[in-house]
Design a protein around this ligand. Structure first.
Ligand code: CAA
Length: 445
């Protein structure tokens, strides 16, 4: 059976940059280290006033289709995953298809379009839908376009404000892919949770501390569920572990617990026993509290071992580099982590074809999904074609007062007329409102 997976990928960052330790922290009365060391974040990307989820998604998709030599007829499906939709009926994919039809010959009239919602995990779910559609042989030889796009803003003074970001990722899902092939096996951890939600409101209601624990619990369940179908996971089986990254500090916590879980009853636990003892087993304790204390002590000691540190530096740290510079992009975040990791392998000149990734996606509300990806022969050309470094370097640097204006400009409840900070160039831009309240766009040459 031919493999199915991600054939190509493009990232578009919001064009404004807010420096967290230098600009945001002093204005909020925080220590810069809370951001750089605690959360692991250095900057956030924001959309300029002419950017939104449609322009960012369309710009990523436009670049991707041009680079891969794709025409609208080659695409049989367009799914957009977002937590920032502005319409309860008309999906963002129709707006993006409309934009793309302005710059390509032909149209997407025979492509199935939709919008996927399950917080940040919706992008991975859209990839799953595309995978199933191709595997079911309903695709007529065509590829699927999956676009994740978010303006991840929190209300002013919400603790989540520190983790904001905005950008889009476009991916082509196809047979015989150039970048990564997806495993058939998947594991899920899913439960009805009220940790982060947006009931008819633009900015989320968040129980931040709880959301961290829900992330860890659901991710653990998904890992256990994956092992039921994918078999035992060994820590050295995977070259990279791209995880959903609301902020790098979250992945730091998740990686430690995942490592503890997958090294249990393995040669690694045996080797570490002389240094930090064996992992506590619940059956050896009279009550849960003492067991949890022992587990927590073991975990603290594990974190300091050379074995764990070198695994983390090799497998996890490279996936966090872009996130540190852009903040949380919700649905895009795990896909940005994948790119970040692969980019680091490419920069090191590593021959990575055939190596595997353990991918952990997560959406609040809440659901985690674990699957495995295998790096393909042509991965290097795909990664070398990205221009994300140039985009990041070209961002306009916001002062705190300008940040406040930009936040107002994107706040649906504010009527703020804010001048654009950058000039659109060969890209889609917001072009005002239509007669039925729809948003309009144009391609600026
Ligand atoms: N030096 C070093 N570290 C410091 C520090 C300093 N001077 N000051 C603080 N820190 C550390 C803290 O110890 C903490 O680290 P630990 O958790 O490891 O202890 C970290 O920096 C953050 O500090 P606080 O906990 O004090 O920060 P906070 O209370 O202001 O908010 C947050 C943290 C709850 C995560 C908040 O940013 C938030 O609500 N974020 C949005 C929700 C979120 O991202 N949740 C993640 C899971 S849900 C998910 O993944 C879905 C999604 O995309 C939203």
């Amino acid at each position: 059976m031919t493999g199915v997976g991600i054939d190509g990928i493009e990232i578009h960052t919001g064009k404004l940059r807010l420096d967290l330790p230098e600009t945001f922290a002093p204005a909020m009365g925080d220590s810069p280290e809370k951001y750089t060391k605690g959360l692991g974040l250095h900057a956030s990307s924001f959309p300029d006033t002419y950017e939104d989820i449609v322009t960012m998604g369309a710009n990523a998709a436009h670049r991707l289709m041009r680079r891969k030599g794709l025409e609208p007829d080659d695409i049989g499906r367009i799914d957009v995953a977002t937590e920032s939709a502005f319409d309860h009926s008309k999906p963002v994919s129709t707006y993006i298809a409309g934009c793309l039809e302005d710059v390509f010959e032909g149209d997407f009239h025979h492509a199935n379009k939709g919008e996927r919602k399950f917080a940040c995990v919706a992008g991975t779910q859209s990839i799953d839908d595309a995978y199933n559609w191709i595997r079911a042989d309903r695709h007529r030889g065509r590829a699927a376009l999956v676009i994740t796009t978010d303006t991840a803003l929190y209300a002013r003074d919400d603790p989540g404000e520190a983790t904001q970001g905005a950008g889009a990722v476009a991916m082509v899902i196809d047979e015989d892919p150039d970048l990564v092939e997806l495993s058939t096996e998947q594991g899920y951890g899913s439960a009805d949770e009220t940790d982060f939600l947006k009931p008819q409101q633009q900015f989320p209601s968040v129980d931040g501390k709880r959301s961290v624990n829900v992330y860890l619990a659901r991710m653990r369940e998904a890992l256990v569920d994956y092992q039921r179908v994918g078999g035992t996971i060994h820590a050295e089986d995977f070259r990279l572990g791209p995880f959903h990254t609301p902020f790098p500090g979250m992945v730091r916590k998740a990686a430690l617990l995942a490592y503890r879980h997958i090294t249990r009853d393995t040669d690694i636990e045996d080797e570490l026993a002389a240094e930090i003892g064996r992992q506590p087993r619940s059956e050896a304790f009279d009550d849960d509290e003492t067991y949890r204390e022992a587990l927590s002590e073991y975990t603290d000691a594990l974190k300091e071992t050379e074995r764990y540190r070198s695994w983390y530096d090799r497998t996890i740290d490279p996936t966090l580099d872009i996130s540190r510079r852009v903040g949380n992009w919700y649905t895009c975040s795990v896909h940005v982590a994948r790119v970040s990791g692969l980019k680091s392998l490419a920069e090191d000149g590593e021959d990575a074809a055939g190596k595997r990734l353990l991918v952990g996606s997560y959406g609040s509300g809440a659901q985690a999904e674990i699957h495995v990806e295998t790096i393909q022969e042509n991965w290097r050309e795909e990664i070398d074609a990205l221009n994300i470094d140039e985009q990041l370097a070209d961002r306009y640097e916001l002062t705190f007062a300008e940040y406040e204006d930009v936040h107002d400009a994107h706040n649906h409840d504010e009527d703020a007329a804010v001048e654009e900070f950058t000039t659109p160039d060969s890209e889609f831009a917001f072009d005002g409102w239509g007669r039925m309240g729809e948003r309009k766009y144009r391609f600026v040459e």
